[in-house]
Design a binder for this molecule. Structure first.
Ligand code: NAG
Length: 418
């Protein structure tokens, strides 16, 4: 009797899952196939081929995949190498509260690259991958000028407070905020353009907006204070660095693959103005695949001309953690981070650190997001870079380090057992 066990059957999207097959014939070749359909109806699939051991078992903690979307021992390989059936589509959970992603794991005899409806699986089971833990509440924020979504863990708190910023596509993404809230932080996923009644484009970064958001979050009765953390990706990382530099409310910043000077949009805060380095859109490169590499569109941090636009990170009160992917095809994020760290050191600020990951691309997210190396932004297929396995390892490692960093500088989260 063939048995397929996938445990736990319901978990947070960043948690590991353990897959074991038993009851096979010794040396039998089998296919493990994963599939999920996202909220837009796009199907994602991954498969790997395994050989049963002498006991007729395949334990993904020990057995190497012989081929498929990955090879070798990789317990989470089926989840981390999911690929869309529609080109250049990014897997992203939009409705974090209402439902999990359902991932169907099927076991087939022999190797099946593309199982059809004629192929009957030996076993199938479905796992739930949640982006929010039980008891975490979501509040839509439309207060003063501030627009976003606030995630509050269960219990009396107080909890450390964190502002979460996404990048240059605008809008509001909540999946990282809801996952972080599931670890015991109060997290404000903060929109800053192209959302609700905010401006459609980002022409200037006005820090008064982020100051208003920080004051609002600090006033929340479940936020511990006296200061906040901020986490940002891409354009959100640039802004995270800017607000950590100029807002006394920000005590710790995590900047993932962002510029460290004002790029494209200038900064304003009262009388303070930092001019933007202009974009050079004529430097985009269109690849053999028809995709767009924007690496050279942004200013070069090593260029003398970028100095006037550099964020004076030495003024930041709190520590800064830079997380960079060395295969980032969107931005020279490692050079930017190194330039900022060198600048900080020059002025005697020594609490900026760099976590640099070989083979990781631009979109470093919590574990559970499969690599997306190309996706559509502003109707163009943009390259983000990354190698599937190295990128996944970077996500796993950096996500733990980010939580440790916030815990160290903001105090313990509410309930680390959640
Ligand atoms: C970080 O460095 C700055 C500048 O040296 C210093 O004022 C601040 O106290 C440091 N913060 C922490 C948390 O170590």
């Amino acid at each position: 009797m063939v048995h397929l066990s996938v445990t736990p059957e319901s978990s947070l999207a960043d948690a590991p899952v353990w897959i074991v097959v038993a009851g096979l014939v010794p040396s039998q070749i089998v296919t493990l196939h994963a599939s999920l359909t996202d909220e837009k109806g796009v199907r994602f699939e991954a498969r790997a081929f395994y050989r049963a051991n002498n006991a007729g078992e395949v334990d993904l903690k020990q057995a190497p995949a012989l081929g498929g979307d990955y090879v070798g021992v990789w317990p989470m390989g089926l989840f981390s190498s999911l690929k869309p059936n529609k080109m250049h589509h990014r897997l992203m959970k939009r409705d974090v509260m209402g439902s999990p992603f359902h991932i169907q794991i099927s076991l087939y005899d022999s190797y099946k690259v593309m199982p059809s409806s004629m192929d009957v699986p030996l076993k199938t089971c479905t796992v739930e991958r949640w982006y929010v833990a039980p008891g975490v509440e979501r509040f839509q924020i439309k207060t003063g000028r501030v627009r976003g979504a606030l995630f509050v863990p269960p219990g009396p708190g107080p909890f450390p407070g964190v502002i979460d910023l996404f990048g240059g596509g605008g809008g509001l993404f909540e999946f990282r905020a809801s996952l972080l809230a599931s670890k015991g932080f109060v997290v404000l996923a903060l929109a800053y353009f192209a959302y609700d009644d905010l401006p459609q484009t980002l022409t200037e970064v006005n820090l008064e907006y982020f100051e208003e958001a920080s004051i609002l979050l600090l006033k929340h009765p479940k936020v511990r204070g006296p200061g906040l953390g901020v986490i940002g990706l891409s354009k959100g990382a640039e802004i995270a660095l800017a607000i950590a530099t100029f807002l006394p409310q920000i005590m710790a910043a995590v900047c993932i693959n962002g510029a460290t000077c004002m790029n494209g949009a200038s900064l304003r805060f009262g009388d303070l103005h930092i001019p933007a380095l202009p974009y050079s859109p004529e430097r985009i490169v269109i690849t053999e695949m028809g995709t767009i590499a924007s690496l050279h569109v942004w200013g070069d941090p090593q260029d003398e001309s970028s100095q006037a636009s550099a964020i004076p990170v030495e003024k930041a009160l709190g520590p800064v953690l830079f997380v960079v992917g060395e295969d980032d095809k969107s931005l020279k994020s490692k050079l930017y981070a190194e330039a900022a760290i060198a600048r900080a050191k020059k002025y005697g600020k020594n609490n900026c650190t760099l976590l640099s990951y070989p083979g990781a691309g631009h979109l470093i997210e919590p574990p559970g997001s499969p690599l997306c190396c190309i996706s559509q932004m502003h109707q163009r297929p943009l390259q983000w870079g990354g190698k599937t396995e190295l990128h996944a390892k970077a996500q796993e490692h950096s996500w733990k380090e980010i939580q440790k960093f916030f815990e160290l500088h903001l105090g313990p989260p509410g309930n680390s057992n959640l």
